[in-house]
Ligand binder design. Structure first.
Ligand code: NAD
Length: 245
């Protein structure tokens, strides 16, 4: 099978880094797009190099329309094509609406939602020419169920659902699929910092009784970009231990 190239945003660390390593294990070359400096992603880049695939780091803010165009063009020059786009970069700025500033709203929507649009807008012309593309965007169960204190984040993640379904309809005829993965609580530095009491309260909301691991999300992405999922488009795959049924 022809070697594939994946562009993964926010892959410097966390869930994105695990997605990058999981796709690298499928013999996929990886373009990491992140807005930290390259040193902050050293661990990920070293692990990708050790996996034996071509991997490069590109510093770019996904909310910047013209910068994302430049970075996509650069990646196609460097790798020759982009087969897979994973929109993973995301941030939170949690506050009740009463206290939420306009800047909190704009920042989260610009990175989490407009960032996906920017990448899709610039990557799809290349995918259309190849008549092949796999797009997966990381939403959240919060986008499906809402969450007090996360109006901006929930709206951005719900927006990804509408965007994904539209992309699936607009590009299906070109053999480009678009799907979303909606994680529940995933074990990260953020959830590690919670008190035992907070963790217990969280476990009560989850039928499977534990947090997800980054590989649970990466495995869902791996499936959706694989040939086994060639007839799947426009779906939102919840990976949440049953938290939102
Ligand atoms: P994280 O903060 O560990 O990683 C996010 C990455 O995105 C970082 O490398 C960061 O530098 C990058 N990033 C942030 N803003 C960017 C920008 N403007 N341009 C380019 N890169 C940018 O977060 P994570 O927990 O790994 O989350 C990854 C994705 O999964 C996010 O979209 C998040 O909303 C979603 N998610 C996470 C959880 C969870 O429990 N951790 C649950 C549901 C959904």
């Amino acid at each position: 099978m022809e070697k594939r190239v994946a562009l993964i945003t926010g892959a410097g660390r966390g869930i994105g880094a695990k997605i990058a390593l999981t796709l690298a294990a499928m013999n996929t070359d990886i373009a990491v797009v992140d807005y930290g400096d390259e040193a902050s992603a050293k661990e990920t880049m070293d692990a990708l190099a050790a996996a034996g695939v071509a991997a490069r780091y590109y510093r770019c803010d996904v909310s910047d329309f013209s910068a994302t165009k430049e970075v996509v063009d650069r990646i196609v020059k460097d790798f020759g094509k982009i087969d897979i786009l994973v929109n993973n970069a995301g941030v939170t700025a949690d506050k009740l609406i009463m206290r939420m500033e306009e800047s909190d709203w704009d920042r989260v929507i610009d990175i989490n939602l407009k960032g996906c649009f920017n990448m899709i807008k610039h990557v799809t012309p290349y995918m259309m020419r190849k008549r092949f593309g796999r797009i997966v965007s990381i939403s959240s169960v919060v986008g499906l169920m809402g969450n007090a204190g996360q109006a901006n984040y929930a709206a951005s993640k719900a927006g990804i659902v509408g965007l994904t379904k539209t992309v699936a309809k607009e590009f299906g005829a070109r053999n480009i699929t678009a799907n979303a993965v909606a994680p529940g609580f995933v074990k990260t530095a953020m959830t590690d910092a919670l008190t035992d009491e907070q963790k217990q309260a969280m476990y009560k909301m989850i039928p499977l009784g534990c947090l997800g691991e980054t590989e649970d999300i990466a495995n869902a992405v791996k499936f959706l970009v694989s040939d086994d999922a060639r007839y799947i488009t426009g779906v939102v795959l919840k990976v949440d231990g049953g938290m939102y049924i």
